[in-house]
Every structure is written in C-alpha cells, then in structure tokens.
Design a protein. Structure first.
Length: 315
C-alpha cells in the first residue's frame, strides 16, 4: 500500500474507508459495490485536484517519497544489458553514484546516476544518494570512456547533495565535483541529464551540466535544500515551505527560467503510484532527445552547452 504524505491525509482517509467497505463486502453480508465505486471516484478526483495544485514544498515531499523509483528501478525498467563499472582507480568504489554501459532501445549508452536505496540497509549502503569524491571521479572515468568510444551519456540525478563529511572534504570533494562538472561540459558526445527526484546543490550539477536537462514533473532542483535555506535566512527550519516557494525549485519554474529544457509527465499522484508508467514516459523522452542530438558534431555539442549555461540568468 502506498505511503501517504501529510498533505494527502484526506485521500488516505477515503482509501481507508474503501478498504473497510471491501472487507465488509467480502464477508458477504452486504452489497456495497455502488458505495465503493462512489468513494473510488471521489478519491481519484481528490488525488487529481491535489496534485494539480501542489506547492513547491509539497513537490519537495513528493520528490523525496521513499517509494519513488530510484536509479536501480530505472536500470531494470528502462535499460537492457547493463554492465556496471566500479571504482575511481584512486581510492575506492562509491555506492551512492553508480554507472556503466547499457542498451537503451537500439542505442548503446553510458548511464550514470545517484542511488538512494529502498530500505534502511540499502540506504546506509548507498549513503542516501550522497556521493563522495570517489563517486564523482568514477563518473568522470565513465564519461571519459563514453567520449573515447563515442557513446551518448545519460545521467539520472537524485540526491540531496554531495556528502558533507570531513573524510570527503579531506579527499577533495570540491575538486571532484568541479572536475565532474567540467567533464560534462567538455564532452564531445550527446549528454542528456534527468532530475528524477531531488537535484541538490553541486552534487547534482556535477552530473547535470548537459546540453539537454530534463525533469520529472514533481522533481525539484536547487542550490540548497529548503530547510537549509530557511535555517540560514530565518534561523529555523520551520519556514522551509516559504523558502521552497521563494527559491523557484519546481520543474515548472525552472523551465520558465531556462534552467531545464523539458518536463516529463508523471502519473497522477506522482511517480511512486505507477513507477512503470513513469519509467516508460522517461524512456520515450530520453530517446527523443538523443535522436535530436545524434546528428550533431562534437564542436556543436560543446557550443550548445556553453550557450545554454551562459544564457541562464540573463534577461
């Protein structure tokens, strides 16, 4: 059963009532089918209306939903013949950033992304999707291979930010993020980046400095989390909703600002309610973008990225 968010409590109450009526009907004492259908229709309408007017803070909660599809789900549902590659050839293998060779339809690609994990054990193993320096250096190594063998790069971004621990700073976190961003910008092959959940700070940009940046409908993308922004401006995290609204972190706002290039629709109620449909929608969008980029020369691709990022913030 889907976990409901705080703003979905009225929907949760209706769904609970529907389950109660079904249990009663299963006992054979009453015919409640018409009543159940009415409640199901009301619940579907309420879900549609709620998600049509989500606030930025509510979208942030949806983007963080624990049942939202993650990197491994996209690999299983979207790519074939995935061959994972590990290690940065320097320190170790970061489990927050994964990647390798894969088949997307009839096209061979290099796919890289953040993995948050699905349960307590896997979230700890993947460090909640917060990459360390060796993760970004692994991404650089994979992008180098893509460039060498003329393979397009697809990145799936879903992180609250790079790991802020002392050990990561000692191993050159800032330098690794900067080098990864630089590598994205210098690629001579097509690159499509997708913000599939949270796109937090430099940890996200390091895998998203592409000529085509896509976002799922209820994903968020920002330089700092709403809670972090609120704690700096108002010395409290209680104003995270105010910060989220002011920061323009939604896909809809970022498309208007020219930060992203395309919004990929999610199923009604968010990607977590129908992961298969969400993954199919994303696969179609990525394929269309790669088709459009495949005929471009290396110099054109670099120029396209340069113009895209220099134009952000200009009137």
């Amino acid at each position: 059963m889907t976990s409901f968010l705080d703003f979905e409590k009225p929907i949760a109450a209706l769904e609970s009532r529907i389950l109660e009526l079904r249990d009663t009907a299963d006992e054979g004492s009453l015919d409640l089918e018409s009543e159940i259908e009415k409640l199901q229709s009301k619940s579907a309408k309420m879900l549609q209306d709620t998600y049509a007017r989500l606030t930025p803070w509510q979208k942030t909660q949806v983007a963080r939903h624990p049942e939202r599809p993650h990197f491994k789900d996209f690999i299983v549902g979207l790519f074939d013949e995935f061959v994972p590659l590990g290690g940065d050839r320097n320190f170790g293998d970061d489990q927050a950033i994964l990647g390798g060779f894969a088949q997307l339809g009839d096209r061979r690609v290099v796919v890289i992304g953040h993995e948050k994990g699905q349960d307590t054990e896997s979230r700890l193993r993947h460090n909640f999707g917060m990459g360390k320096p060796e993760g970004y250096r692994k991404a650089i190594r994979l992008m180098d291979l893509a460039d060498r063998f003329s393979l397009p790069v697809v990145t799936l971004v879903d992180t609250s930010g790079a790991f802020p621990g002392v050990s990561a700073e000692e191993r050159g976190q800032a330098e690794a993020i900067a080098r990864s961003t630089e590598k994205c910008l210098s690629l001579g092959v097509p690159m499509v980046a997708v913000i599939v959940g949270e796109g937090g700070s430099g940890g996200a940009v390091a895998l998203a400095a592409a000529e085509r940046v896509l976002m799922l409908e209820h994903a968020v993308y920002s330089v700092i989390s709403p809670e972090g922004c609120a704690s700096i401006l108002w010395r409290t995290g209680d104003k995270a909703d105010v910060a989220a609204d002011a920061m323009k972190i939604t896909a809809q706002n970022l498309l208007k600002l020219g930060v992203i290039d395309r919004i990929v629709n999610e199923p009604v109620g968010g990607a977590h309610r129908d992961p298969a449909l969400c993954i199919a929608n994303l696969g179609k969008a990525i394929g269309e973008e790669l088709d459009a980029l495949s005929a471009m020369e290396r110099k054109e691709l670099r120029s396209m990225r340069r113009e895209k990022f220099l134009k952000i913030g200009t009137l």
